[in-house]
Design a protein around this ligand. Sequence first.
Ligand SMILES: Cc1cc2nc3c(=O)[nH]c(=O)nc-3n(C[C@H](O)[C@H](O)[C@H](O)COP(=O)(O)O)c2cc1C
Length: 363
Amino acid sequence: MTDLFSPVTIGDYQLKNRIIMAPLTRARSLIGAVPMAELKAEYYSQRASAGLIIAEATAVSKTGLGWLDTSGMWNDEQQAAWAKVTRAVHDKNGKIFIQLWHMGAAVTTDFLDGQLPISSSNVNLSGEIRTPTGRKQALSEPRPIKLEDIPDVQQEYVDAAIRAIAAGFDGVEIHAANGFLIDQFTRDGSNKRQDEYGGSIDNRIRFALEIVDKTVQAIGAGKVGIRISPTNKVWGINDSNYRATFSRLVEKLNGFNLAYLHVLEPKPDSGHPMETIDYLTPELRSIYQGNLIANGGYTKASGDKAIATGAADGIAFGIPFIANPDLVERFKVGGELATPDQETFYTNDAIGYTDYPSMNATA
Ligand SMILES: Cc1cc2nc3c(=O)[nH]c(=O)nc-3n(C[C@H](O)[C@H](O)[C@H](O)COP(=O)(O)O)c2cc1C
């Protein structure tokens, strides 16, 4: 029977199991958005028994970064630090992609030296974020990207993907989820453009598809995945017909032969706290012809079931990986799972990061 422990081919790679580490922003960066290389190398290599690690959301440019102490992939220093991380994971026989991130309108002006953030349109998302000065700042009305500047913003993803491969990553995941820049183009609640990037569904998904296309051309389809979250409402993002919008996007993604499509959408019965308005994954599964990674509130039992029934090809686990570096081994022997400390999710040192023991160490 196929289950979480069955190998699977995803893009260019044969994965040893279907237990995927979901991308998790955990801060731990130096000034200049440079990852703390040794610390991250230890953290990710502790988790190398996952079939695939999708490393944290990583900014493609300074304009795209608005979360305290997170890392980037737009200069040599950042790339060199990331290279130490990928080496450590490969030394442990792991595979690692990196998630490419532009926050768009979710960047506050404190991060941009007072400048306005960019987005598809001037729609103010809701929420507030802690800034480099230590205060919490509300999101402000963003500046719509000029039509002639769109290729430059898309190129930031491509350049970051090229750097990621040079840094030793096995591939990249394009972050099109959670209300960030690509999602701000995709959904009609935030995209009010009148040009070929706004209005109809095909126009709104153009931004995402062009980024996918350019990234595929640069590093190869077997090294590119994409993440969507069709029914969540992060930063108050919404779409008047999310079913039609995301079905069309997924249908169009069939044309690229990507490594995978990653859908973040908690199952209704999972008890997951994330606020969602529907559950589209089964429908998207029927549309998408490639590998689908499902995520959101899965356990070993529900993950095994999803794999066995063909509901997904892989299952991504987020929070379970935080306090259980050896999650794969715990699943294997039915070991108890440790609970993470939320207070250290976004702090900047080893505590609550690399000090969660493995099962054997605690026994
Ligand atoms: C601390 C933390 C950081 C996260 N960072 C990211 C991120 O960088 N990119 C992303 O797409 N999702 C991020 N998420 C969402 C997770 O990848 C995942 O979708 C979510 O935790 C649901 O999966 P789970 O129920 O297995 O934890 C984050 C979640 C948490 C708790």
